[in-house]
Design a protein around this ligand. Sequence first.
Ligand code: GLN
Length: 312
Amino acid sequence: MDSLDRILAEIAAEMRGMEHRGKVADYIRPLAQVPVEKFGIAVVTAKGETHLAGDAEEAFSIQSISKVFALTLALGAVGDQLWKRVGREPSGSAFNSIVQLENEHGIPRNPFINAGAIVVTDVLLGHHQPREAIGQMLRFVRELAGDDSIGIDEAVARAEQDTGFRNKALANYMRAFGNIEGEVDLVLGTYFHYCALAMSCRQLALAGRYLMDGGLSNGHRLITARRARRINAVMMSCGHYDNSGDFAYRIGLPGKSGVGGGILAVAPGIASIAVWSPGLNPSGNSQLGQIALERLVQRTGWSVFEPRFGAP
Ligand code: GLN
C-alpha cells in the first residue's frame, strides 16, 4: 500500500475513535440531521493521484468553502477593483459578525466572512441575473472537479432563506452604506445557493487543484499563478474566521472551512486536500477536520512553514 494511503487510513481509523467530535450546525435545519460520526478525507497530489479514506465519496454541504470559488470568479470578473469593496485582513470575529461593519463603513474585513462573501455575490450579480450567477457557479465547480454530477441541495438553500436573519441583517446594513447594489433578497438567494453546493471530499479536493498548481486546473490555465498565490494567502490569514491564527499555527496550510464540516486545504505544489466531519468547534470549523489535517501535516511535513517545503 502506498504510504499516503496508509497515512489516510490511519487517520480515518483514529478519527473513528474520537470522543469529542464537536457540535453539528443546527441553525440551518437540514444540516442538523447529518450524523456526527461521519468522517472523510481526500488528497489529490500534484502528480494527479487521488487518495481517499472514510466517507470521502459522500456529498455534504460545502457552505462557506464556496466563498473561495466565488472570490475566484469575482476576481475574474472585476480584477483588483474588488478590493475597494472588501478588505483582505483577518477579522478576529465570528463568521456572521456584524460589529466591525459600522466602524468600517460597510466594507467587510475579508471575502471569507459572511458579509464579505455577500459583497462578492453582489459583484457577481452585477454581471448576471441570479439564475445565471448560480448556473455559472455550478458550471465552474463542475469544470474544476471534472465532474458533472455536482449539484446544489435546494432544501439547504431554502432552509437558509427561511432562517438566515443574520445574513439579511448584514446585507441590509451594507446596503445602507451603499456597498450592496442589488436587491438584498436576490443577492442572498444567490449566496445561499452557492453555500448549498453539495460535494464529496473527492470532488472538493479535485476542485482545489488550481490553488495547488499555480492557477492550473488539470493542466489548463484557469487563473494566473500570482492570483492563485494571493487567494492562498487570504485563505491562510482569513479562512477560519476567529480561529485562523490557530489553524495556521497547528496546520500551516491555506484552508477554508464551512459549517457543513468541510475544510479545503492546499499544500502548494504538493497536494489539494479535502476533509469532512460535521461536528464543529466553537468558531464553526470542523473539530475533527482540523485534528485530521494537523496529523496529516505532522506525518507528511506538508506545512508551508516547513523549511524543505515542496523540495523533491
Ligand atoms: N451559509 C452559511 C451562513 O451564511 C455559511 C457559514 C459558514 O459556512 N461558516 O451562515
